[in-house]
Design a protein around this ligand. Structure first.
Ligand code: NAP
Length: 486
């Protein structure tokens, strides 16, 4: 029987990125093989399928950006690029027979929990219906690109692109190209575009902290060593420790913070000899409040004669280009929005209805929240991967995905073992968790600037306030008392 003709599953997994793949592999290991993976893109990989802009790479060393259960001895660089990561994901999926369980190019539009049956009823955008006992949303925070709210964007007559939906083979050679945004994405895109285009205009609203990127090529010796038993886990653990040390840099008064700030200042001095340009690239918000950028070629790309850094505010987009508040119109052939993702309203495209007609969109009206980023009160048998307040600015998201998956599967197994219909986090437990977390975040560095971690009302919806071991310990094994069964 093919997956396409089956409509009832034990588990429906939304998304075939890192967390969806991890969920699928661990479900199989737990003996739950009746699942379907639903992916809206045409291929698997999630963010690494979507983000194919020139220069796309991960900024976490590859040994830490591989699952603990699936080391990859074949990484070619310490910092892998998007294509190589997607290749790793593809191979992993094939090794575990996942392509046969995957439905690509379909999106869920509605999900409603039927408490009587203890099942989720899902409606797909092709009109098909699927029912599943458990619903795992593995969409992460960085799946929906965000266009800037700049007047006139739709009037632009040149080519308009978003970094998160880069068209295959887009050729901007010898064109006048504008890039809006100076975050992690732009810092990779700008050096890749700069040598190709006739003129590059970078529109900066905020100057960011940029650290050197200590990349290196992995040679034959590395690949051999990675096949020696014990070497890969050791390297992974070592990198995880190094990255975790960096988390100290987000706390005031630490040695790590002083060292990171000094390294960033020296990187700027060395990368930008022109004092006036350097001044415009100096960040004026506390280190760590926004994601730190790791790049060796961003500053040199901005210092190129064909690149112009524009710091005047954008007034509007015109049919010919971008008008800034100093009265200049920057005439462009192409405008690239490297303006990030809609992280504030995750799952906004799906109508999700839980117990008593409760809508997720209503529950999240003032900002997304979930118990340990995984469970939402009133939504039984529903689990989020990389849900609210589980992003980090210092380490690999995979360290968070693995214990989240363990948590969700342990909940599923409890329902099955105890012969119940559903499991849901107790509302008072979820509320207490959220209150404590927001209290911690209120005095943290992340409360001190605008970023994708934070909603307009000030609520910090994306980031985990602590260190990784604290989160892993809290989430790995669900506290039975935190959940109610039906
Ligand atoms: P981002 O960090 O949210 O940056 C968006 C940029 O667009 C910011 O510079 C922002 O300026 C600017 N912007 C947004 N709206 C604007 C407007 N109306 N006018 C002018 N400027 C505007 O998005 P991102 O760079 O795509 O990165 C998002 C996250 O993805 C990263 O933090 C990281 O977690 C992940 N990522 C990772 C890598 C990597 O591994 N190396 C690469 C890319 C992305 P303001 O700062 O002033 O708001």
């Amino acid at each position: 029987m093919t997956v396409a003709s089956v409509t009832d599953f034990e588990v429906a997994i939304l998304g075939a990125g890192m967390s969806g793949l991890c969920m699928a592999i661990q479900l199989q290991r737990a003996g739950i093989t009746d699942f379907v993976m639903l992916e809206k893109s045409a291929g698997l990989g999630g963010t690494w399928w979507d983000n194919r802009y020139p220069g796309a790479q991960v900024d976490v060393p590859a040994p830490a950006y591989s699952f603990s259960f699936a080391p990859n001895p074949d990484w070619t660089h310490r910092f892998a690029d998007a294509a190589e990561i997607q290749h790793y994901q593809q191979r992993l999926a094939e090794q575990h027979g996942l392509p046969a369980r995957m439905r690509l190019g379909v999106a869920i539009t509605e999900a409603k929990f039927d408490a009587e049956a203890g099942r989720w009823q899902l409606l797909l955008d092709n009109g098909e219906r699927i029912s599943a006992r458990f619903f795992a949303c593995s969409t992460g925070a960085l799946s929906v690109g965000r266009w800037p709210d700049i007047p006139g964007l739709a009037d632009f007559r040149g080519r308009l692109l978003h970094s998160a939906r880069w068209p295959h083979g887009a050729d901007l050679c010898e064109q006048r190209v504008g890039v809006i945004g100076t975050g992690s994405t732009a810092a990779q895109l700008v050096p890749a575009l700069a040598p190709e285009v006739a003129k590059l205009t970078v529109f900066q609203r905020t100057a960011n902290w940029v650290m050197p990127r200590v990349d290196r090529r992995y040679g034959r010796l590395d690949r051999w060593l990675h096949r020696v038993p014990g070497y890969a886990p050791l390297t992974r653990r070592a990198w995880v420790q190094v990255l975790e040390w960096g988390r100290r840099g987000f706390d005031e008064g630490t040695l790590a913070r002083r060292l990171i700030m000094a390294a960033a200042a020296s990187h700027l001095r060395r990368g930008v000899p022109d004092a006036a340009l350097r001044e415009r690239l100096t960040p004026h918000y506390p280190l760590g409040c926004k994601r730190i950028i790791y790049s060796n070629d961003y500053y040199p790309a901005l210092a190129r004669p064909q690149t112009e850094l524009v710091t005047a505010a954008i007034t509007r987009v015109t049919p010919r280009g971008v008008l800034t508040d100093d009265g200049r119109e920057h005439v462009l052939d192409a405008l690239v929005c490297a303006t990030g993702f809609d992280t504030i309203r995750p799952l906004a495209g799906v109508r999700i209805e839980g117990l008593g007609g409760r809508l997720l969109a209503d529950a999240w009206r003032d900002g997304a929240q979930a118990y340990l980023g995984v469970s939402v009160a009133g939504l039984p048998n529903f689990f989020l991967m990389l849900g609210p307040n589980t992003a980090t600015g210092h380490t690999s998201t995979l360290l968070y995905i693995e214990p989240q998956v363990q948590h969700a599967i342990a909940c599923m197994q409890r329902v099955r073992r105890e012969g119940r219909r559903w499991i849901t986090v107790k509302p008072e437990v979820a509320a207490a968790h959220d209150t404590a977390q927001q209290r911690r975040l209120a005095t943290s560095v992340w409360s001190q600037c605008r970023s994708w971690y934070r909603a307009d009302n000030g609520r910090i919806v994306a980031i985990w306030p602590g260190f990784t071991p604290e989160y892993v310990k809290a989430v790995r094994r669900p506290d039975p008392a935190a959940y109610a069964l039906g």
